[in-house]
Structure formats: C-alpha cells, structure tokens
Write a protein of this length. Structure first.
Length: 260
C-alpha cells in the first residue's frame, strides 16, 4: 500500500478554498502532509486560512487570488507553476437561486464557466501532468442535486450532473495511468454559502464541512462517485432507484422552494 502523500502529493491544488468545504479540504489534505495551492477570489480569507494551516502542519502553501469564471487567468497561473500537482480538488461553484425565467443570462454564463468550463479544462491541464507522473487524483465536487432535475436551481443541478458523468468516464479512462477520479455527490453541508441560501431548518442528513471533506478524501481511489453520509446515501437510493423521475423531481421541488 503506498501512502497518501506518495500517491497524491507532493502538491494538491484546491480550487475554491477560501471558506466552507474548500477550507475543510485544505485542512484534510494538510493533515496528510500535502503542500497546498489554494485558489479563490478573496485573498484575505486565503491568507487567514494558510496562517492557521502553516501553524499546525509542516507544509508549504501557495495562495492565489483568481476568478475561476475566467479560465484564461487559471491557465496562465497554472502555466507559471513549477511544482508537481498530484491532486486537484475542484470545489468552487456558482449557484444562483430562482426560477429559470428570472435568472439573467450573465448568471447562466457564470454557472457554465465556474461549474463546467473551468473544472473541465483544469482537469485537462492537471491530468496531462499526472499522466507523465503515472499517478494522481482528481476530485470534482458535485451534489445530490446533480442526480435529477431540481426546480429553482435547475442550471446549477444540471452543471453538477455534468461533473458526475465526467468523473465517471474519466475514472475509467485515467485509471490505466494510475490516476484516481472521483465525483463527490454531497447533500446539504453547513457552509457559509448554504447557510445564506437556506431559510428554514437544516435538511435531513446535513453534515459539517470537515466531515464531508474527510469522507470524500477517504473515498478517493475506491470508485467513481461517493455520497458522503448514510442519510444521503439512502436518499440517493430512493430518489434514483425506487422513485419515478416525476416523483423525485416533485420531492426536490418541495425542498428547494424554501431556498432564496
Ligand atoms: N453547501 C452545500 O450544502 C452543498 C451541497 C452539495 C454540494 N455542494 C458543493 O460543494 C462545493 C462547495 O460548496 P460551499 O457551500 O462550500 O460553497 P461556498 O460556500 O459558496 O464556497 C465556495 C468556495 O469557492 C470559492 N469560489 C466561488 N466562486 C469562485 C470563483 N468564481 N473564483 C474563485 N473562487 C470561487 C469561494 O471563495 P471566494 O468567494 O473567496 O472566491 C469559496 O471558497 C460546491 O461545489 C457545491 O456545489 C455544496
């Protein structure tokens, strides 16, 4: 058994790392002694996080403020890095809430850029280097909402479906190069983004960010997708295998109505 750092190190890149689940991924990987490249727009948040991690773990950290909606910025930054990236965690997402007719075209474009275009092209960039190294890992953060149509977050959910299907295909293709690919289909997580959007009480099966990050990292190399948490696994089984698509969408509708 090779250890985690040998398989997925020496450097991990976390896209969308400044708070919430991304910060929890940073801590989970710091515990495993991987050096970190942390990306988000807010550099002050990245600085605070990296101070905390450097104080607690023997690792190096590079912070970089990028808008992941602009893939050219990401590509330029990546081309200037002269380190071996053994793990990509693509965590950032854009999730405007509202009925399709009320979502401006610009927001739809942002969803495509942040949730589809940049993870796709960044995966292409990092996997090329990983193929040369003959090892590595790629985690695409997805959602249970990506399993079926989800009213009020229809485009976000569709973008999360893209990530699941992409990860499943690449899981098969890239394993011959020693690269593990995983989509993590999370249910509700108590992150700042979720707390802002959720007006009512927590959904059943809600997990904290540290638990989701640990469960996701532990699932790497074990299959193409993971659903963190038992309640969420059961929910996915019922929604995906037992209920009709029509019924599953109506349940999502009830749940997403309280989002604003
Ligand atoms: N929270 C949930 O209930 C839940 C449930 C299922 C799945 N998920 C998935 O889990 C992931 C994390 O969710 P979250 O709730 O932690 O999200 P969040 O609170 O909105 O945080 C997202 C992170 O990504 C960064 N980010 C967002 N847009 C960016 C951009 N354009 N450029 C650079 N960085 C950007 C944010 O930092 P800056 O703002 O500093 O840029 C932040 O660090 C997402 O992929 C989401 O789809 C979440």
């Amino acid at each position: 058994m090779i250890d985690f750092k040998t398989k997925y190190g020496p450097w991990a890149i976390i896209a969308g790392a400044s708070e919430g689940l991304g910060a929890a991924f940073a801590e989970a990987l710091a515990k495993r002694h991987l050096n970190l490249v942390l990306i988000a727009r807010r550099s002050d948040k990245l600085e605070q996080l990296s101070h905390k991690l450097r104080d607690n773990y023997p690792i190096e950290i590079i912070n970089h403020s990028i808008d992941l909606a602009d893939f050219e910025q990401t590509k330029l930054f990546f081309s200037e890095l002269s380190i071996d990236i053994g793990l990509l965690v693509y965590n950032a997402a854009y999730a405007p809430i509202g009925y399709f007719e009320n979502i401006p075209e610009h927001d739809l474009d942002q969803i495509v850029n942040v949730n589809i275009k940049t993870p796709l092209l960044l995966t292409k960039l990092v996997s090329a280097k990983m193929i040369e190294m003959g090892k590595g890992g790629i985690v695409l953060m997805s959602s249970l909402a990506g399993s079926h149509g989800s009213p009020k977050i229809a485009t976000y959910a569709a973008s999360k479906a893209f990530n699941i299907i992409l990860a499943e295909g690449l899981w098969n293709e890239l394993k011959r190069h020693g690269i593990d690919v995983l989509a993590s289909c999370a249910g509700a997580i108590t992150t700042p983004g979720y707390t802002k959007a959720q007006n009512a009480k927590e959904a059943p099966g809600t997990l904290d960010a540290a638990t989701v990050a640990e469960k996701t990292i532990n699932a790497l190399g074990k299959g193409p997708t993971t659903v963190p948490g038992t309640v969420n696994k059961v929910a996915r089984f019922f929604m995906g295998r037992l209920f009709s698509r029509k019924f599953a969408i109506s349940i999502m509708d009830k749940n997403t109505q309280k989002l604003s």
